[in-house]
Write a protein that binds this ligand. Structure first.
Ligand code: IDP
Length: 146
């Protein structure tokens, strides 16, 4: 039961990117999130749109990898996930590992399962929100409430 004195549980937005869905790794990635003790409160396969991606990746607009990144994210469905639990924002980023899969530590999703394919954009399997503000903004973007 929650009341005014009980803080809402922390939430994060995870995306299994098109490379992860294509390679059949969605189940393995969800398994790792649950095995860590986080709760999945929303899971939905979605086709990203240019509008959602422009908002999601607004901070990267103008960078050399921005256009290839958007193109990659439109190349197939993504699995959008809301995960909940104490410390889940930092915790999922630890599970995900470093942005570059070649540098990501073994034991992490990107380190164990990702590869650097030498393309213009790093196909690194997952996205995870980087702050509480980003998490709430991104959850609203991917799971809009009517
Ligand atoms: P993060 O996903 O580890 O938080 P961000 O810096 O937020 O990394 O970058 C968003 C996404 O853009 C990355 O996950 C990756 O797919 C891509 N990206 C970031 N930096 C580069 C780069 O230097 N070259 C190619 N792609 C990049």
């Amino acid at each position: 039961m929650t009341d005014a004195t009980t803080p809402a549980p922390e939430r994060t937005l995870v995306l299994v990117k098109p490379d992860g869905v294509r390679r059949g790794l969605s189940g393995e990635i969800l398994r790792r999130i649950e095995a860590k003790g986080y709760t999945l409160t929303a899971v939905e396969l979605k086709n990203a749109t240019p509008d959602v991606l422009a908002q999601h990746y607004a901070e990267h607009e103008g960078k050399p990898f921005y256009a290839p990144l958007v193109e990659f994210m439109l190349s197939g469905p993504v699995l959008a996930v809301v995960a909940e639990g104490q410390g889940v924002i930092a915790g999922f980023r630890s599970l995900a590992g470093a942005t570059d899969p070649t540098a990501a530590a073994p034991g992490t999703i990107r380190g164990d399962l990702g590869r650097d394919w030498g393309l213009k954009v790093q196909q690194n399997l997952v996205h995870g929100s980087d702050s509480p503000e980003s998490a709430e903004r991104e959850i609203g973007l991917w799971f809009p409430q009517p």
